[in-house]
Design a protein around this ligand. Structure first.
Ligand SMILES: Cc1ncc(COP(=O)(O)O)c(C=O)c1O
Length: 361
């Protein structure tokens, strides 16, 4: 089998052990003579998987009892619309903190539903850092929306200490499960699974139960959080295979030592690549300001377009996959999510140094 180092931004690398286990169980799940994909979502075998996935997430992220975990579809993008649909109120606007393209998209959707306001934006510096948050922003906002990790620009909130609002909502699509964070600070957290949690197809929503009680009750049934809460995410057929793989990924994370160990590994991995950038004497330039650097998505450019193309071409030949930057910004991006092994980052660092040396730098 061809050996690759998978640095894709999402869908992204999955732990090899998880894929191996899924392969072993694919045709015959727990001696039932059927694949988990063929089981009814209302049957006891799938139901057990569904509950185990929730329990593992609760345990790993230390989610308090006042929260419900939902498994939805439509990606994080559907959440951009469902959030304002459920929580916007007349005469009260939500506020959005803009730290990149995904937060812009979230605000754009909110504006289609009603009035919504930008609180602060990092756009003027091309989203190279997490902007300074106004120390006192109004509690009058219905909710305040943030994006914890900016997948395209490669920036990440180092902490949420200075962020205070009674109803905070975070899009954690690209850094959930990568480090510990205070769940109880947020009314709602959501994440498409296809980076750190599993394959595409399921979106995890973690919501304080009282928040759903206050949501708009006049929505089409499928778009209401209340529906999914009341039905334990089984109102309609959930993406059962994606949730099964999510459960395997969570088991893998627990076995590894949980969030603390994942964070330790992620720091070690990202440091290797940031070191290659910082020690290159300007041959590679990081996009993110140092204090806003993401542990998940490491974005950088070379001195010109031609060199970037050459770098990406040779990297591909050497087995590095997914290193091209997002089509909207160009350059290079190494996504070192949980499942990317240390060896892949060591190999990338070595490749970056050798490429630079070959160019006579
Ligand atoms: C931070 C962030 N939010 C939202 C999305 C959109 O997710 P989806 O494709 O699941 O709708 C992405 C996708 O990369 C993302 O990185």
């Amino acid at each position: 089998m061809k050996h690759v180092y998978n640095f894709n931004a999402g869908p992204a690398a999955l732990p090899r052990e998880v894929l191996q286990k899924a392969k072993e169980e694919l045709l015959d799940f727990e001696d039932t003579g059927m694949s988990i994909m063929e089981h009814s979502h209302r049957g006891k075998h799938y139901e057990a998987v569904h509950e185990q996935a929730k329990n593992l997430l609760k345990e790993l992220l230390s989610i308090p009892d006042e929260y419900e975990i939902l498994f939805l579809q439509g990606g994080a993008s559907l959440q951009f619309a469902m959030i304002p649909m459920n929580f916007m109120k007349q005469n009260q606007k939500p506020g959005y903190i803009l730290t990149g393209s995904w937060s812009e998209k979230a605000l754009k959707e909110a504006k289609k539903i009603g009035e919504a306001e930008e609180i602060v934006s990092g756009k003027s510096s091309n989203y190279s850092s997490i902007p300074e948050i106004p120390s006192l922003f109004s509690d009058d906002y219905t909710y305040v929306h943030v994006t914890s990790n900016n997948t395209i620009f490669g920036t990440q909130w180092a902490s949420f200490d200075h962020l205070e609002h009674p109803f905070l909502i975070a899009d954690m699509s690209s850094d959930i499960l990568s480090k510990r964070f205070p769940v109880e600070k947020f009314g709602m957290i959501y994440a498409g699974a296809q980076k750190n949690l599993g394959p595409a197809g399921v979106t995890v929503v973690i919501m304080r139960k009282e928040v759903a009680d206050k949501a708009n009750k006049e929505l089409p049934t499928i778009l209401s959080y209340e529906t999914h809460m009341k039905n334990r995410s089984l109102y309609n057929t959930p993406p059962t295979f994606s949730i099964y793989l999510l459960k395997l990924v969570l088991e893998w994370a627990k076995e590894l030592g949980g969030l603390e160990e994942l964070e330790r590994r992620n720091k070690e991995k990202a440091k290797l690549i940031y070191d290659a950038i910082d020690e290159s004497g300007g041959f590679y330039t990081g996009h993110a300001e140092k204090d806003s650097r993401s542990l998940m998505n490491i974005t950088f450019t070379l001195q010109n377009e031609e060199l970037t193309k050459q770098f990406l071409k040779e990297a591909q030949e050497q087995g590095f996959s997914g290193l091209a930057g997002h089509r909207s910004v160009g350059g290079c991006r190494a996504s070192a999510y949980n499942a990317v092994p240390l060896e892949a980052c060591q190999a990338l660092k070595k490749f970056m140094i050798e490429f630079q040396e070959k160019q006579g730098n």
